[in-house]
Write a protein that binds this ligand. Structure first.
Ligand SMILES: NC(=O)C1=CN([C@@H]2O[C@H](COP(=O)(O)OP(=O)(O)OC[C@H]3O[C@@H](n4cnc5c(N)ncnc54)[C@H](OP(=O)(O)O)[C@@H]3O)[C@@H](O)[C@H]2O)C=CC1
Ligand SMILES: Nc1nc2c(c(=O)[nH]1)N=C([C@H](O)[C@@H](O)CO)CN2
Length: 241
């Protein structure tokens, strides 16, 4: 993509699989330029490259890795339409990883990464007019109720939720900043039948809706001229169970 492309790309982190990949395919289908980060080079990365996406390696486990990715992005564009902070790891407390390391890993991907990338990309998001750019933080339903098995994960997502309001105040009115707080959207391959049954029973709607539910909300937020600083739940009525 030419640096002078009139259409600013949408940046999606962690877009090699699942929700991030579905978002990447969605915007490519709309002929909107995208830049994605990947850590593992899944087969889908080649598909995205062939479809015209700029796919950049990004390992956010260190601050140096975050900076390296940000500098690569700046070499490929002189403006951004949106930054979708999708990259995440759903770590539970376990005997294999110490509590200190679990907390550090969760804070690194869910706090350090969006915090630093928002600062690196501010100049690329600003300067394009009123409500012309967006940041979307992907948080989680557990921000509002906690989790006894994913304590560090929930705490890090709660920090990300708070940063939504801070960055909304800092960057308005040029840049809107919102959070999407999903509950069960899609299972992981290793989820067994019993887990799936129990997980579906936790919401009123009793389904795992899939990526399209998130895509529709992202499109709504990108098209809004007014909505900012808010967390948008996608939880099937789970709080009401
Ligand atoms: N799926 C669901 O039902 C729910 C999802 N969410 C949130 O929605 C978002 C998307 O969910 P989902 O698609 O399931 O996400 P995944 O768990 O599939 O992870 C998304 C991507 O994040 C990347 N990633 C993880 N750690 C790092 C890192 N240190 N550096 C760079 N990339 C990294 C992974 O790369 P790699 O594969 O190479 O490790 C992966 O491709 C997440 O923020 C998640 O927390 C919230 C609630 C429910
Ligand atoms: N990074 C991820 N975060 C989360 C995932 C996931 O697969 N990757 N999955 C969930 C669950 O679906 C949970 O919402 C079920 O109650 C949460 N976060």
């Amino acid at each position: 993509m030419e640096l002078t492309s009139p259409v600013r790309p949408i940046l999606i982190t962690g877009a090699g699989k699942r929700i991030g990949l579905a978002l990447a395919r969605h915007f490519l289908a709309q002929q909107h330029p995208i830049i994605i980060s990947y850590r593992t080079r899944y087969p889908a990365i080649a598909e995205l490259e062939q479809a015209g996406a700029i796919c950049l390696f990004g390992d956010f486990s260190t601050n140096a890795g975050i900076e390296q990715f940000a500098l690569q992005v700046k070499e490929h564009c002189n403006g951004l339409r949106a930054v979708l902070h999708n990259a995440s790891a759903w770590l539970s407390e376990s005997t294999e990883v110490s509590p200190a390391d679990t907390l550090a890993l969760m804070l690194q991907i869910h706090v350090n990464t969006p915090y630093l990338l928002n600062h690196y990309f501010e100049p690329l998001l600003r300067g394009h007019g009123h409500a012309s750019s967006d940041i979307i933080h992907f948080t989680d339903y557990v921000v509002e109720r906690g989790s006894d098995k994913h304590i560090a994960y929930a705490a890090s997502k709660a920090a990300l939720d708070n940063m939504t309001r801070s960055f909304a105040r800092k960057l308005a009115p040029e840049v809107k900043v919102n959070a999407i707080a999903p509950a069960m959207i899609m299972f992981n391959e290793h989820d067994d039948a019993q887990y799936r049954k129990e997980a579906l029973n936790k919401s009123l709607m009793k389904v795992a809706p899939g990526e399209q539910e998130i895509i529709g909300l992202v499109d709504y937020l990108l098209n809004s001229q007014y909505v900012t600083g808010r967390t948008h739940s996608v939880d099937g009525g789970r709080p009401l169970r």
